[in-house]
Design a protein around this ligand. Structure first.
Ligand code: SF4
Length: 521
């Protein structure tokens, strides 16, 4: 048994609830964790910014360790006698510790604990998220054990009714404080036993044995825990639940192909199992007629958007999607040269009007407009909601002419190498060998969003901004190139004659006409 068990922090407790092995590895084998990517770092930076704004709502608050020297626990103890609002005070009790976002005196020695989150407040009729309540319950547990009289516990979340104007956000309007006292009281006994259990686990000499499952997605120790993962592991079956994975493993089945016919699956899951078992691709007979119904000129479009927890532009709300970039490949007629058009808003101003105007002027003459997922449709509907010029026209156009390639793939195709997923990043290398995102500096949307913010930030040099812009353009362009290549591969799968294919030659940077819409924006 270890005798040097470190204090259990709030984030340790939350990690341990998700997976005890994750907590153990975090504490003793941090070097095994994958480094944070740019998107994760951007989320952390945003959390810090939200915390800063939340503190502005309490003008009399005193921040522990900001300009105050000394041990935070000792500083906290001295402030408790005088301050009515303390930010980041630290308390310890029986191997556990918490730093509280906001501790507010309600009456003499009674306190209100407030946890700040960068999430939006729940919708009407809904309650706070369960992990947020667990987080708050752990804090109340430790604070009470440390001797504090906690009379109230709340979450401070971004308000759904706040809309930014030209001025700096009013922090009292930006946030909503939700009293969760009665919701967390019943959670306290569980928090007590679970946190003690985690401390006991941390005293062991070896990490607990935890079977990998669907909940491992996104864990920083994924690489470490999955070295022996079989090809076609059960977790790759679309929409399989963790309990089903456990049940099948208990019966001795490890891979999708081994799932017995008697096990209840959805039609999509059955299709995936049969492809994995038999090895032959699934091609639905509806694929050919579906592709033949498409009309020239064909437009393949993709958008990138970002969002700010603290709204960045007048008239916008917290976490509202702000599209800043589109890419479009155009095929006028069979065998025509593919034309590429693109837009990227490079200035630190609201990009939505220019985005919608340039897009409308580009795609209004389309025969069929190809998208991958409903994201583009959702984005233009959101623009219309905020009365952005040309957004209503775009909505009407997409309603009439958009074709979702994702839905066609989901309905009509499955190849073993999809590995249970239908995202374009999974489907593309399987359908178009040799084509992927691996050569790009930006390879997924969340990083594109973070990089866009960096590009327009005043502290970024013009050279670095130009470099980021090139990376963003390359990423968005690859998405529409991928869609064209995918369409071509789909046509090939259903045996179209080469002259009926949209363009037998796959697009590449060299053979694609390129035109950036500057429009003086
Ligand atoms: S990869 Fe899975 S089993 Fe391993 S630490 Fe993470 S959640 Fe736990």
């Amino acid at each position: 048994m270890r005798t040097d068990v470190p204090l259990l922090t709030k984030s340790d407790y939350m990690a341990g609830l998700q997976c005890p092995k994750k907590l153990y590895l975090k504490k003793y084998f941090r070097e095994l964790e994958a480094p944070y990517n740019d998107a994760a770092k951007a989320r952390m930076a945003e959390g810090i910014e939200v915390g800063h704004y939340a503190r502005l709502a309490f003008p009399s608050g005193v921040l522990v360790s900001a300009g105050i020297e000394g041990d935070p626990i000792a500083v906290t103890a001295s402030l408790m006698a005088t301050a009515d609002v303390i930010f980041e005070p630290q308390f310890v009790s029986t191997g556990r510790t918490v730093r509280v976002d906001v501790l507010q005196r309600t009456y003499e020695n009674r306190w209100h604990v407030i946890e700040v989150k960068s999430s939006k407040a729940p919708k009407e009729g809904e309650g706070p998220k369960e992990p947020h309540l667990e987080d708050l319950a752990y804090q109340v547990l430790v604070l009470r054990e440390a001797g504090l009289d906690i009379s109230k516990a709340s979450l401070m979340l971004l308000s759904r009714s706040f809309t930014a104007d030209e001025n700096s956000p009013d922090p009292t309007a930006l946030f909503e404080i939700i009293d969760c006292t009665s919701a967390i009281e019943p959670l306290l006994p569980g928090a007590q036993s679970r946190s003690l259990g985690l401390l006991h686990m941390l005293a062991r000499d070896t990490a607990p044995t935890v079977e990998t499952n669907t909940y491992c997605a996104g864990c920083g120790f994924h690489g470490h825990c999955h070295v022996d993962q079989p090809e076609h592991d059960l977790v790759f079956l679309p929409r399989i639940k963790a309990a089903q994975v456990t049940e099948l493993r208990q019966q001795g089945f490890r891979t999708i192909g081994e799932i017995p016919n008697s096990f209840k699956l959805s039609p999509t899951q059955m299709r995936v199992r049969n492809v994995v078992r038999g090895g032959s691709p699934y091609i639905d007979e509806r694929l050919g007629p579906t592709l033949e119904s498409m009309k020239y000129p064909m437009y393949f479009i993709d958008f990138e958007a970002t969002k700010w927890a603290i709204p960045n532009y007048p008239g916008t709300e917290s976490h509202q999607a702000i599209p800043f970039q589109w890419s479009c490949h155009v095929l006028e007629r069979p065998q025509a040269e593919l034309v590429h058009l693109e837009f990227l808003h490079r200035k630190p101003t609201d990009p939505r009007h220019a985005f919608a105007e340039t897009l409308w002027n580009t795609i209004k003459g389309a025969g069929s407009i190809f998208v991958y997922s409903s994201y583009e449709w959702t984005t233009v509907k959101a623009l219309a909601k905020y009365n952005i010029n040309f957004a209503s026209e775009l909505c009407a156009l997409l309603a009439e002419k958009s074709v979702d390639l994702l839905k066609i793939v989901q309905d009509c195709i499955y190849l073993q190498d999809f590995n249970g997923g239908y995202s374009i990043k999974q489907v593309l290398p399987a359908m178009v060998p040799g084509m992927s995102y691996a050569d790009l500096a930006i390879r997924e949307g969340e990083t594109a969003s973070a990089e866009y913010k960096r590009m327009i930030h005043p502290a970024t040099s013009p050279e670095e901004s130009a470099h980021i812009a090139d990376n963003l353009l390359a990423y968005c362009k690859r998405d529409t190139e991928a869609m064209v290549a995918l369409f071509h591969a789909m046509a090939k799968l259903c045996g179209d004659r080469p002259e009926e294919l949209p363009n037998a030659k796959l697009p590449s940077p060299d053979d694609t006409q390129h035109s950036q819409l500057a429009l003086g924006l």
